[in-house]
Write a protein that binds this ligand. Structure first.
Ligand code: URA
Length: 240
């Protein structure tokens, strides 16, 4: 592949920036200055920009700690989106969020360029697990927990159709207003609507895990990092 394509795919430089960096002698291939931006390089070669290795990625996979008030979409007129939190060179890669969180929901969101993998992970028949930490306004009774876990009827509203939720797990903490819920589906405002169905109300909601990948505790709201190879392998295995 051409060196400038390699740099673009790695999310590091545009083609024009690559041509300029070559002229300035900032790019080396296997230790030697790259003579031109259109030379061919292979992913096995050692490409450096300003002495730092540039890792080739066919697809890019990130995790982000989504803050409150940010929309998990690629474009939302008048709103800040998760893409606005990424540096310029990554925004050029056409990343998109794998699934959605409500604007007020915080926590783990995966961003990727791999449409096939994302589509598979979100397919309802795969039952990918999502774990959320919640707080509710009123303590949950055992009966509420039983109803939520067994599946509960959600009435239609002006935004979404009614449905019966699939069985799930609800793990309340001692005070019964905090807890975790593990879902294998992801309908519009699902947890908020489930809590409303037991006459309660979500006050905070944070996703802490998706498909066995946990939110990295080192990431503050608004921060992101690349997925590790192990995490990418977990996603690929789940999408088989
Ligand atoms: N359920 C909700 O109600 N909101 C989310 O963001 C995710 C799950």
């Amino acid at each position: 592949m051409r060196l400038d394509k390699y740099m673009t795919a790695a999310g590091v430089l545009t083609r024009r920036e690559c041509a300029a960096a070559v002229k300035q002698g900032r790019i080396t291939v296997d230790g030697l200055p790259a003579p031109r931006a259109d030379i061919h390089v292979s992913p096995a070669q050692h490409v450096c920009l300003d002495g730092t290795e540039v890792v080739y990625r066919e697809n890019t996979y990130l995790m982000m700690h989504k803050p409150d008030g940010i929309v998990s979409a690629t474009d939302a007129p008048g709103e800040r989106t998760v893409l606005d939190l990424l540096p310029e060179q990554l925004r050029r890669l056409h990343l998109f969020p794998c699934g959605r969180l409500d604007k007020s929901t915080t926590g783990l969101i995966l961003l990727m360029t791999d449409g096939v993998l994302s589509h598979r992970l979100l397919a309802p028949r795969r039952h990918v697990e999502k774990v959320y930490r919640f707080t509710v306004k009123f303590p949950l009774s055992d009966e509420d927990v039983g109803q939520l876990e067994n599946g509960i009827r959600i009435d239609a509203d002006s935004h979404a159709e009614g449905f019966v939720t699939a069985p799930c797990r609800v793990i309340p903490e001692a005070d019964r207003t905090h807890g975790a819920i593990v879902l294998t589906e992801g309908k519009y405002h699902q947890i908020k609507r489930m809590m409303e169905a037991v006459h309660n109300q979500i006050t905070t909601l944070q996703r802490i895990s998706f498909c066995g990948i946990s939110l990295d505790p080192a990431l503050k709201p608004g921060e992101w990092r690349y997925l590790t190879e192990e995490e990418e392998a977990i996603l690929r295995a789940a999408a088989q």
